[in-house]
Design a protein around this ligand. Sequence first.
Ligand SMILES: [Zn+2]
Length: 357
Amino acid sequence: MDTPALLNTLTSLSHEFGKTDYVFGGGGNTSAKNADTLWIKPSGTSLADMTPERFVAIDREKLSALYTFTPPTNTAERESVVKDMMMASRRPGSEARPSVETPLHDLIEAVFVIHTHPSLVNGLTCSQDAKATAARLFPEALWVPYIDPGFTLSIDVRDRLDAYKRQHGKQPTIILLQNHGIFIAGDTPEAVRSTYRQVMGTLKDEYQAAGIACALPDMPPPSPGSAKVEQLKQLMEVGAVAGGSLLTVAEGPLTPDHMVYAKAFPYSGDWSAAGVAAYRKQYGYAPRIINSPAGVYTVGKDAKAAGLAWDAVLDGALIRQLAAAFGGVRYLDDRARQFIENWEVESYREKQSQQSA
Ligand SMILES: [Zn+2]
């Protein structure tokens, strides 16, 4: 495939796997490569908005310096040096910032790599029995226990890919990441599609056998603009409120993406100035999700931010529902949560995705 055909194909795959069955918000990323160049979705853009020109072209030779250098032990320093090295490996004409998962895409030997966070998959990866279930349903897949996102994850996965290849003679086409999502690799778009179909189909059958619906129950339509919403807006000092339906929300952090858009914990109970002040004192920030007996709301500085938080709530509620098939939901532990809360790169992405309204 020549470069224009490769980028057109990658754009089609990005749109196909940028639908809500696979990602929410700016999540997920896609790439294609030849021997010298990797093209990857930039940080702060969504898959659905990709065009052939928007992919960042990376000089793979330059990027490979990352695999031999000794990174600083301090997290912020390390991610900042890695970010600079990734920026420096862009080919002339590519100005956007490459995704933080760029090295991981580069290390996978297939032409196309499509990384997403489907609710159906995260019902498995965010469950108590995730590892055993992954081994049972997808014995050919590489299972990766939860690792902080960024450079650490790339290097850890590189070692696991090497070990897998030594054992199986080739790299896996499916990589499942605990409390995160899935990577699917293939040399043709058909191979990628067929592997995704297999994974989603297997999971659907499994949920069905467990008697668990693959969608949330019907909810009454939210009623924005009501006096209650106005009151919440004023109390929280925000520009917008979304949601309003009754549903069973996730009560803790599921994945890095959920935290980026909706923070780790919902505020629970009737809202009041004292309640919100107590929440702030406990967590150090204002809540984004208000789980009140009257309904679940999300808040944000504008309609886009509140809407993204609402998408995270719906996805989290569905993951919680699905995880019941595999021993119940598993939230990120405190250490993993705090890493995300302190992570500069993700806050950059949030800023970008809010600006690109
Ligand atoms: Zn991801």
